[in-house]
Design a protein. Structure first.
Length: 162
C-alpha cells in the first residue's frame, strides 16, 4: 500500500510541468512583443541596436527550447510516457533522455544562454561598469566549468557501468 502511494505521488509533479508550459506561453508572448516593438523602428534603429534585439530573441528561443526539453523529458521520465499515436509527430529525442542527459543538456543550455547574455553585455560595454563585466565573465566561466564537470562525471560513471 505504501509503495503504491509513493509511486502514485509522482503525479504531484504534473502541476509543475503544466506550470512550465504556462511559462512557455508567456515566453512566446514576450518574443512576439519584442518583434512588434522593433518593427516600427526597423528603419531607424542602429545596427548594434538591431543586433541586441536579435540577441534577445535568440535568448528567448534558447530558454524556450530548454523549457520544452525539461517539460517533455521530465514528464516522460518521472510521470508517464506520452501517448502519441502518430510516430511521425513524436520528436526524435523523446523517450531517449535519462536524468543525466537532461542534466547535461540543461547545463549546456545554461552556458549558451549565458554566452548570449555576455555577448549582449559586450555589445553595450561602454555603458557597463568594468566590475560588472568581470563579474559576468567569472559567472559565465563558472557555468562552463560546471557543465564540463558534470559531463566528465557522467562520462566516468558510464565507463564504470561498462
Amino acid at each position: 500500500m505504501i509503495e503504491k502511494i509513493i509511486y502514485a505521488s509522482r503525479w504531484f509533479m504534473f502541476p509543475v510541468y503544466f506550470g512550465l508550459s504556462l511559462g512557455f506561453i508567456l515566453l512566446t508572448l514576450k518574443f512576439f512583443q519584442e518583434v512588434l516593438y522593433i518593427l516600427p523602428e526597423i528603419l531607424i534603429i542602429s545596427e548594434s541596436g538591431l543586433v541586441l534585439v536579435v540577441l534577445s530573441l535568440i535568448d528567448i528561443a534558447l530558454v524556450g527550447g530548454l523549457l520544452v526539453m525539461v517539460m517533455f523529458s521530465g514528464y516522460e521520465n518521472f510521470i508517464s510516457k506520452m501517448d502519441i499515436k502518430d510516430n511521425k509527430k513524436r520528436l526524435g529525442w523523446m523517450g531517449t533522455m535519462d536524468v543525466n542527459s537532461i542534466k547535461n543538456k540543461v547545463a549546456s543550455s545554461i552556458v549558451a544562454i549565458s554566452s548570449v547574455h555576455l555577448l549582449r553585455l559586450f555589445m553595450e560595454a561602454e555603458k557597463v561598469l568594468d566590475n560588472k563585466i568581470i563579474l559576468c565573465v567569472i559567472i559565465h566561466l563558472t557555468f562552463v566549468l560546471s557543465a564540463f564537470g558534470m559531463a566528465y562525471i557522467d562520462k566516468m560513471s558510464k565507463k564504470i557501468k561498462k
